[in-house]
Design a protein around this ligand. Structure first.
Ligand code: ADP
Ligand code: GLC
Length: 494
């Protein structure tokens, strides 16, 4: 099957969160499963710089008319795997800007984001309609609101007689919907009928997320539990009614871990690698912890459980629970190391705590891929107490690196971590610490459970072994996506 993956980010070229990890790993897994997968990306500077052997493919006109942009094709080299073939939209006026892909340097969304990302969906539809005579996708797989218009363009093109192409839309996070003012609709090059409550219209605004949700042949999201949760008013972000209506074509497919990037046995960022056939060969982890404590200025105490947090600093991630529970964590003799960036008040609150107890609390504000690997390598517990979490990758990295996840039972966290109850410890299923209600008392109890287990070294080692052995390979997820692509192909345009 010829499959075009459409996303705004892709690791290792450009990453602001888990979307990039998925966009980088899935095409490789699809190719390994014998599929002909390619990717389409906006020409952000980091992407243009990272795609090799670029050649122009064709030019096309923007959906708002007049302006013309170039499509280029090249290769993204990946260690230990075949390169990913990539299409890149050459539009420096839209993409060559400071800040992150979505926001300017003051964290304000760019005012013309509707054009910047309409162009992404539009370019996908152009490719589906033969822009590159040498390769035409049979299925377009659009990720998150940034690519949400691709299914809408395909739908209306097919209604106007264009060849049938399957479309799949994946929700990575329903909280970000790509909303903009209604007058922007005129720029999108869609028929007026698309600005309707059964289309892009959302309480008078234009919603790119709805473009994907209404018009894709098949919908997926990144965990089975989140697939259920987003059909409820509590977690549906205003779209639960639509998601219930389309529930028969919605599947939850759990993200996985890219073994080439995240593997403690081979990770070049670690001072010493480690792995665990039955809990042995773990000396490297103790060294990683000692080096990390030293590097962060923490007291070099091997016996102090080191809690780590690698995260965007936003409300989603439940960080006020961590702030509220910090005194308990320190009183019990633990240490906290945080690596993250995001909302200023959270950065400030954590910085203050680090300044007050620099030997026990370390806060690194910023984005640092190498350091993230070292955190998982050196940590004992990975904190992910999210309010909501579509899938979450950091708890899976924590599992694989033996930094046991402490998570709330929500979304993909519920699907990937098993609490240390006596029965699940006895059966060898326990992999971490899970709490239910989003409040200080429940979080605090999970913290105390982590400390209690840490005191019982043989039990800790056993649970850590369970965690590190938990399978999380992309091959399994790729098979599930392939089944969804087949369904999309069968139903395309019907
Ligand atoms: P989300 O996509 O909601 O941010 P995920 O857990 O799915 O959450 O993915 C987060 C990804 O971003 C992980 O790969 C994590 O290691 C990475 N990450 C988050 N914050 C940082 C940071 N400050 N420095 C380096 N990597 C980070
Ligand atoms: C989103 C979600 C996160 C998920 C990631 C990749 O950013 O917040 O839970 O793991 O996408 O699917």
């Amino acid at each position: 099957m010829r499959i075009l993956q459409v996303s705004a980010e892709l690791f290792p070229l450009l990453k602001t969160g888990g979307l990039a990890d998925v966009a980088g790993a899935l095409p490789i897994a699809l190719m390994a499963a014998g599929q002909d997968a390619r990717v389409l990306l906006p020409g952000f500077p980091a992407i243009l710089a990272g795609v090799r052997d670029q050649a122009p493919v064709a030019e096309f006109t923007a959906p708002w008319g007049q302006e013309r942009f170039g499509m280029r094709a090249g290769r993204i080299a990946i260690d230990g795997a075949a390169p990913i073939l990539a299409y890149v939209i050459d539009a420096p006026a839209l993409y060559d800007r400071p800040g992150n892909p979505y926001e300017d340097t003051t964290r304000e969304p760019y005012g013309d984001n509707h054009r910047r990302f309409a162009l992404l969906g539009w370019a996908a539809a152009q490719l589906a309609q033969g822009l590159d005579p040498a390769w035409q996708p049979e299925v377009v797989h659009a990720h998150d609101w940034h690519a949400g218009l691709a299914p809408a363009y395909l739908h209306f093109a097919q209604r106007a007689g264009a060849p049938r192409v399957g479309s799949v839309f994946t929700v990575h996070n329903l909280a970000y919907q790509g909303l903009s003012a209604p007058w922007n609709f005129a720029d999108l090059g869609l028929p007026a009928a698309a600005f309707h409550m059964n289309g892009l219209e959302y309480h008078g605004q234009v919603s790119f997320m709805k473009g994907g949700l209404c018009f894709a042949d098949r919908l997926t999201t990144v965990s089975p539990t989140y697939a259920r949760e987003i059909q409820t008013p509590e977690q549906g972000f205003g779209l639960d009614g639509l998601l219930r209506l389309r529930g028969d074509v919605l599947t939850g497919i759990l993200n996985a871990v890219d073994d080439q990037v995240w593997n403690p046995a081979t990770d070049a960022a670690l001072v010493q690698g480690y792995h665990t056939p039955e809990g042995r060969h773990m000396a490297g982890k103790a060294r990683c912890k000692a080096v990390l404590q030293h590097q962060l200025g923490l007291a070099e105490r091997p016996e102090a459980p080191l809690f780590i947090l690698v995260s965007r600093l936003t409300e989603q991630k439940g960080l006020h629970l961590v702030l509220g529970g910090l005194d308990t964590l320190l009183a019990e003799g633990g240490q906290l190391a945080l690596l993250g960036s995001g909302e200023a008040w959270l950065e400030e609150a954590f910085r203050e705590r680090a300044a007050a107890a620099p030997r026990s609390v370390s806060v690194t504000v910023g984005y640092n891929e190498t350091l993230a690997h070292q955190f998982f390598g050196g940590g004992d517990v990975t904190l992910v107490p999210s309010l909501f979490e579509p899938c979450g990758l950091t708890q899976m990295y924590g599992l694989k690196y033996g930094s046991l996840p402490l998570v709330r039972r929500v979304g993909g966290l519920a699907d990937t971590v098993v609490d240390c109850t006596l029965e699940d410890m006895a059966s060898g299923d326990a992999t971490g610490f899970v709490f239910d209600r989003f409040d200080a008392a429940n979080y605090g109890r999970a913290l105390r459970r982590a400390f209690a287990l840490y005191q019982r070294a043989p039990d800790w080692r056993r649970v850590r072994g369970n965690a590190m052995r938990r399978p999380a390979d992309w091959a399994t997820a790729a098979e599930q996506y392939i089944a969804v692509y087949r369904q999309a192909l069968e139903s395309a345009g019907t």
